[in-house]
Write a protein that binds this ligand. Structure first.
Ligand code: ATP
Ligand code: MG
Length: 428
């Protein structure tokens, strides 16, 4: 968590910086537009219809209305929401000005005393470190960055008792001079980096109520994907809360992207058949292969290009290399496992940061625990699994599951069947 101590100032704009997008050459405009859309969507609740101005390397956002300034609520929203928004390197609330020295001087000299006063109130003398950064993207501006830094430092800082620290300063004074505008700020809100959602295509995530799969979804969004969701339950062996819990997680994840579609499938017919006909030890892998097949049908229908899971190598019995291999072979579709090598602690930290941890915490029986074997195989052999599957009327079982598949509205829990459409996608 960043510590925000800055005083309220009548800022007239927000400067949004992106890093990776900047390397995209000719596609850059496309990525910047996606990021602008994402900003608009994420902040609409507080900003309504802000004005966006694109300058090389920056998106400037101005609050609605002539000469409007940012409200304290808008500032809090920026601090709360921007650390999670994929594609954002950092944002700063600040002053957007003409790129001329007199305008810059007036602005800085007027505002710095208020910032300094709050700084001194919040930091003991030993921690009063500062950095002064001037970034000049146009070389036509009459003074160089270093000269400007010295110029402002000489005007502002004598007698302030500040220590220079270019890496970890507690007070940052930033002046950004672009071709048509300049920007002055005293605060940087760090974003998660990555790419804006909607810039890399669609994927379908297998979302359970656990801690891992929501983080996997977020990681895909951070690489630009738009994520649709599918969850499996075993009603009536699992309670309705198994679905409503996942609805809550979907709502949370949708805050980061254009709303993804959400499908709930009852896996029980498959689970019962597997319980009755197949080796106990194989159940988990067999369930997973069926989930994967059903997810493939839905993904094709949605025109998503890959499946996503929260698998983490070695975490549980189904997540050994051998088992992941056998599960992957149930589909011709690409399966992405963004958390495969993560440390569990990092996953938990990430879940807390994106806000899904507290939702995952709720104890609800999961579909996987229904008829779970005592000793699941950790080293399933494809031949043995195929032999077990040959005992089932798999296509008919999958059809039966699809017949009970519904599209969920995660906001009001309404469901709509869409079986006819899905059956067209079978057999795999
Ligand atoms: P998670 O915390 O995401 O539940 P996990 O550590 O519990 O993961 P498993 O239960 O083996 O691990 O599940 C591995 C992956 O399979 C999950 O991350 C998820 O992508 C998918 N999965 C498991 N159960 C379900 C379910 N009921 N509905 C949808 N996907 C599921
Ligand atoms: Mg799980």
């Amino acid at each position: 968590m960043q510590f925000f101590w800055q005083p309220y100032l009548p800022y007239n704009a927000v400067s949004c910086r992106y890093s990776e997008i900047g390397t995209k050459g000719r596609n850059r405009r496309f990525f910047v537009e996606r990021l602008t859309t994402a900003l608009h969507r994420r902040l609409a609740k507080w900003f309504g219809n802000p004005r966006f101005v694109l300058e090389e390397g920056r998106i400037f956002m101005m609050p609605e209305g002539r000469d409007a300034v940012l409200t304290p609520e808008q500032l809090s929203a920026l601090r709360a929401e921007m650390p999670g928004l994929p594609g954002i390197a950092s944002v700063s609330p600040g002053f957007l000005l003409e790129p001329e020295l007199p305008a810059l001087e007036t602005c800085i000299l007027e505002t710095f005393p208020k910032v300094y006063e709050a700084f001194v109130a919040n930091f003991p003398a030993a921690e009063r470190t500062y950095s002064m950064r001037v970034n000049r993207s146009v070389k036509t501006f009459p003074m160089r960055s270093a000269e400007l830094e010295r110029h402002f430092a000489e005007k502002l800082l004598p007698g302030c008792g500040l220590t220079l620290d270019l890496r970890n300063a507690n007070l940052c004074i930033e002046v950004d001079i672009r071709a048509k505008r300049a920007f002055v700020d005293f605060e940087r809100i760090e974003g998660p980096g990555g790419l804006p959602t909607g810039s890399a295509g669609g994927v379908l995530a297998l979302l359970s109520g656990g801690f891992d799969s929501p983080v996997a979804c977020y990681e895909m969004m951070r690489r630009g994907c738009n994520v649709d969701f599918i969850t499996f339950h075993s009603s009536p062996y699992t309670p309705p809360a198994a679905i409503t819990k996942v609805c809550g997680i979907v709502r949370k994840l949708n805050e980061f992207q254009k709303r993804g579609r959400f499908v709930a499938v009852n896996l029980l017919p498959v689970q019962k058949a597997i319980r009755d006909a197949c080796e106990d030890r194989h159940r988990t892998v067999l369930y997973r292969r069926c989930m994967t097949r059903l997810a493939t049908v839905v993904a094709r229908h949605f025109e998503d290009q890959a499946l996503v899971t929260g698998d983490n190598l070695g975490q549980v019995a189904s997540q050994t290399l051998a088992n992941l291999d056998v599960i992957s072979r149930a589909t011709p579709m690409l399966i992405l496992r963004p958390l495969l090598t993560y440390d569990k602690l990092d996953i938990m930290r990430s879940a807390e940061r994106i806000g899904t941890a507290e939702l995952s915490l709720e104890k609800v029986p999961d579909s996987c625990t229904v008829f779970a074997p005592q000793n699941p195989a950790t080293n399933a052999h494809l031949d043995a699994i195929l032999a077990d599957e040959a005992k089932l009327n798999l296509q008919e079982l999958l059809r039966e599951c699809l017949r009970n598949t519904v599209i969920m509205n995660a906001l009001n829990y309404n469901e709509h069947p869409f079986v006819e459409l899905l059956e067209q996608e079978l057999p795999l």
